[in-house]
Structures are given as structure tokens and as C-alpha cells.
Design a protein around this ligand. Sequence first.
Ligand SMILES: Nc1ncnc2c1ncn2[C@@H]1O[C@H](COP(=O)(O)OP(=O)(O)OP(=O)(O)O)[C@@H](O)[C@H]1O
Ligand SMILES: [Mg+2]
Length: 292
Amino acid sequence: MKTIATINFKGGVGKTTATWSLGYVASLDPEVNTLIFDLDAQMSLTQAIALNEDGSPIKSFSDWYDRAIGKHKTIFNALDEFTKPATNFNFGINHDFIYKISERYHFIPSVEDLYWTELELFDRDKVKYFIQRLLEKIQNSTSVPKYDYVLFDCPPSFSLLSYSVLSCCDLVLIPINPDFFAAKGLDLLLSSLQMRIEPFPVPRIGVFMNRAKKPGGSSIKRYSNETQRYLDDARDVLNRVSREKDLKVKLFDSAIFDKVGMKRAIQEGMPTDFQKQFQGLWTETRTFLSEK
Ligand SMILES: Nc1ncnc2c1ncn2[C@@H]1O[C@H](COP(=O)(O)OP(=O)(O)OP(=O)(O)O)[C@@H](O)[C@H]1O
Ligand SMILES: [Mg+2]
């Protein structure tokens, strides 16, 4: 099982779109089982999976979701159980807890209650170990598949749950956009990551450009000058950080281009060109994960 956390403190850069799309292309492989988590109390990924284009609920999901809530089988219930003093984390893993988007693509949704995890209701030190223990339980369950890849959609802030993921995942995946704040934000994110994750080792870090722009006119370049400049800036930051902090980092060669006019990548279905780009990114991600 390989675990990937998509994170950036900057909002709207494409964390949710990337988590869902990479999970989707991963599960196109008939040999691969993929699980995605929505860890964001804003619930963007959950809503994207739950709602039709016109905002009406998709019945198969909403029936399942209501049942999960009724049976106390949400991620919040799992956390609540895990952090109870002097108990043994009695939380059965089955398909009341894990939703099947398709045969090999499964999902653990967010719930509004996750918002409360930031308050002093929980033993903060204990929460750090929550995701690690939950993954062990999922791996040992005979009621769900053995997942090859688990992807986490993290909120645009350093929440207790993102801490819990970052301290045990194999790869931190950071989408950036071609804008002035990309390199600066990356610098800040990378320095605070190490500080926050200690004493745990920092996972390998992969960065990719989302919403890359093509050049105008008949230019044969791959990117617009602006996108290229921001990519170069990001590369400089990564090179410096890997030197100074001895981290394993990579700027992926595959970028995802800006799809003008796309409102909701997830519900609109994945256009072929978009899918191809994510397949390229996924191939690179898998290779990076398997490198020694
Ligand atoms: N390559 C792209 N081309 C066009 N639109 C995109 C692209 N990537 C993402 N978007 C759109 O940008 C918006 C924000 O994307 P997304 O929700 O994935 O970002 P996020 O980083 O998860 O945001 P948040 O910080 O709020 O969690 C969405 O409407 C999404 O459809
Ligand atoms: Mg999001």
C-alpha cells in the first residue's frame, strides 16, 4: 500500500481535482485497487461525488451516506473512537464505512463534524497516530480489498488530520498554479512541513504545475513564457530545499493544462485530453514512489 497526501496551504490550486483524477486513472488499471479520503471539512470532494451537475443529490450515494451516518460509520466516528481514553480502537472496517465509486475505486467521505477536530475536544497528541492506525485496520480488514494506493485530499490549512496523514504518508503531492505566489508559497510550505512533521521523517515530495498555460500564436514551446518562468522559480526553490534540508523532492515533468471553461472537473466527467495528462502525471508519480 502506497499513500499520497495532496496538500497546499493555498486554496483553489487543484488539490481536490488532482486527488480525484489521479485516483480515477490509477483505478483504470484492472490490477489496482484505489481508495481516496476526503479529509477537508469543507467537503468539496464529497460534494463533487454526491451531487449532480444541477446540485441535486445522487441517490445511490446519499442513501449510502445517510446510512453511514446513522450507523456511526463516518471518519469522525472513527476518530472519536480512536481518541477515547483507555479503549482499544474498536471500529470495524467494511463498506458501511467505505463507499464504492466503482468496482476498484473506493472512497471515505468527509462529514461536517470534522470541523470540530480543530477544537480542544480531542487529545491532539493521539490524533497524530490516527491515520496510521486507521490504515492498519483497513489493511487488515477482510471486508474490503487490499488497496494498492490511498490518496488523501487535504484542506488548505495545516489541520490536525493533515498532520496525522503527513506524518505517515509515502508522498506529499503539491499542486502549484502559474502565479506569482507559487514559488513563495512552496518555500513556506516546505519549511513549515519539516518543522511540523518532526520527529517523524519527511515523506518524499512531488510538485506539479496545474492550470499550466500554452504559448500563444504559432510558438512550438510547451508552455507560455509566464508558466515557464513560474516553473523555473519552483525548480529553484526545490533544488535549494533538497540541498539545504536533505529532502527527496521532484518537480514532475507532467503538467496539467488549464482547461478553459471547466467549472467542475469531477462531475463533468473527465475529458480525454485531461485524462491523458493525469495519466502522464500518475506514471511519473508511481515511478517516483517506487524509486529507492
Ligand atoms: N487544470 C484545470 N483547468 C481548469 N479548471 C481547473 C483545473 N484544475 C482545477 N480547476 C478548477 O478550479 C477550481 C478549484 O479546484 P479544486 O477544488 O481542485 O482546488 P483545491 O485546491 O482543492 O481548493 P480548496 O483549497 O478550496 O480545497 C475547481 O472549480 C476546479 O474545477
Ligand atoms: Mg479542495
